[in-house]
Design a protein around this ligand. Structure first.
Ligand code: MN3
Length: 199
């Protein structure tokens, strides 16, 4: 079984000036591609035929196969992150998602402020997520360390932002908050979040 590096949904320079072409080249062509290669190497000889990447994430987590889990989750997280952003961002329209955001956070602006706070506050490498909890019927925001992925807890990711240093260091150096502001103010792909909620 070979997993493949998915195409980027836009050109390498499409997210400028928030994320530079140079960052995208390193991040997509080196980091993301590297995780795909290492995952395929780690899986050689293992019986994972017909497993989707999501199934592999949940299964390797359950079996405490940390090496495979970390790589599979990093492959999935990056693909999800690219799609969480768009150069053609438009405001979130009236939708079930907007109603849930109102219910769970008291509005879009308070939700975005909290998203920024959680993403900035993640100590070390990781991800910040907007999630739907099917059991509670409610949204939540959380940060996870390293490769950790909310799929393992039965939660449905709607959006993510990568807060590993490689995501912003070339453009913003240590100023993670400026990168997060740029992404959440300019690049959020609400259409993708709406699709994820209805999946
Ligand atoms: Mn990354």
């Amino acid at each position: 079984m070979q997993f493949h590096l998915p195409d980027l949904p836009y050109a390498l320079d499409a997210l400028e000036p928030v994320i530079s072409r140079r960052t995208m080249q390193h991040h997509y062509e080196k980091h993301h591609a590297g995780y795909v290669d290492k995952l395929n190497n780690a899986l050689s000889g293992m019986a994972v035929e017909d497993m989707t990447l999501e199934e592999l994430i949940v299964e390797s987590f359950r079996k405490e196969n940390t090496a495979v889990f970390n790589l599979a989750a990093q492959v999935w997280n990056h693909t999800f992150y690219w799609h969480s952003m768009t150069p053609d961002a438009s405001p979130l329209e009236d939708s079930l998602l907007l109603s849930l955001i109102d219910e769970s956070f008291g509005g879009l602006d308070p939700m975005l402020s909290k998203f920024k706070e959680i993403a900035s506050g993640q100590f070390g490498s990781g991800w910040a997520w907007l999630l739907y909890d099917p059991k509670q019927g409610a949204l939540s925001l959380t940060a996870t360390g390293n490769a950790q992925n909310p799929l393992t807890e039965g939660l449905k990711p709607l959006l993510t932002i990568d807060v590993w240093e490689h995501a912003y260091y070339l453009d913003y150096q240590q100023d993670r908050a400026a990168y997060i502001d740029g992404v959440l103010d300019e690049l959020v792909n609400w259409e993708y979040a709406v699709q994820n909620l209805s999946r």
